[in-house]
Design a protein around this ligand. Structure first.
Ligand code: GUN
Length: 279
């Protein structure tokens, strides 16, 4: 049986509409600063989409587009200015940064109260403990999609492929908080296929086009595809070989139109949360 497709665009529109109504109802003034360094085309697309989402929700967005040769000192100075700016509730520095800039140092400079990506060590620590204000946007978006399909994580075998700080590790934590039995796989995992075949919920965050094939998926599994890759002919595709896996899964997220739009919707939610915790 063909899988039901989880519509990330629809769920994301719903989340953004809820954020918009919340802001309107309470007359909140919310601001998000988005910092982009250099001219990576993918980063440019993401930043433009974030600005558009701010408009939809009634959040004021401030863009800082810095040249690729910006020094670390200059970037840290901008972060300090934004930390002190009362109109800015959330600060997002688009990654990856050019090689000469230390990402960790820049992230650690952002006030944890304005860290709407939840990348700061203080916020990562809170996620670990399960007592957090901000959820990291992409994993939070995946959880929202799982919930939207009416899936209960409790007691399920969950397999996350990928162990990045942005997706794999926090994703594992969120599934664990909902009482999933979680396995995190990576490039050194032995017998990846067998491990993946155990999954009731399989999350692919590898960054390799068509990496997850039907023989790695259990019948009736829920498959969440975090990948955004380009094939040789320039087409956008996920980490999951959609055509064959969708014949086996019970639910699947498409690329595009799955996790991608959710990440931005969760960012909007976090920005309002930032406003609230700043009082
Ligand atoms: N680059 C890729 N994904 C993200 C994200 O969620 N936040 C930031 N700041 N940069 C990214």
């Amino acid at each position: 049986m063909a899988a039901q497709i989880i519509d990330g665009k629809a769920v994301s529109a719903k989340v953004k509409e809820e954020v918009r109504q919340e802001i309107e109802r309470e007359g909140l003034e919310v601001g998000l600063a988005v910092v982009i360094v250099g001219d990576d085309p993918a980063s440019r697309v993401y930043v433009n989409n974030k600005k558009k989402a701010c408009e939809v929700c009634g959040i004021k967005s401030y863009e800082y587009a810095l040249p690729a040769e910006t020094t670390e000192e200059e970037l840290l100075e901008l972060v300090d200015t934004l930390n002190a700016d009362k109109n800015v509730n959330g600060i997002l520095v688009q990654l990856p940064l050019p090689k000469h800039l230390n990402e960790e140092k820049v992230i650690e400079r952002i006030s944890p109260l304005k860290d709407v990506d939840a990348f700061h060590a203080a916020n990562v620590g809170k996620i670990m403990i399960g007592n957090y204000a901000f959820l990291p946007c992409t994993p939070a978006g995946c959880m929202e999609l799982i919930h939207s399909a009416g899936i209960d994580v409790s007691g399920k075998e969950c397999v996350v492929i990928g162990r990045s700080n942005i997706v794999g590790k926090p994703m594992a934590m969120l599934l664990l908080h909902e009482n999933g039995t979680v396995t995190v796989c990576h490039s050194r995992t032995k017998d990846l296929k067998e491990v993946c075949r155990r999954a009731d919920i399989l999350v692919a965050a590898v960054g390799r086009a068509n990496f997850v094939t039907a023989d790695m998926v259990k019948d009736g599994a829920v498959v969440i595809d975090v990948g955004i890759n380009r094939t040789e002919d320039g087409k956008l595709c996920g980490d999951v070989k959609f055509d064959e896996v969708s014949e086996k899964a019970s639910f699947i997220t498409p690329v595009p139109g799955g996790v991608g739009p959710m990440t931005i919707a969760m960012l909007m939610k976090n920005t309002v949360m930032a406003k609230r915790i700043q009082g």
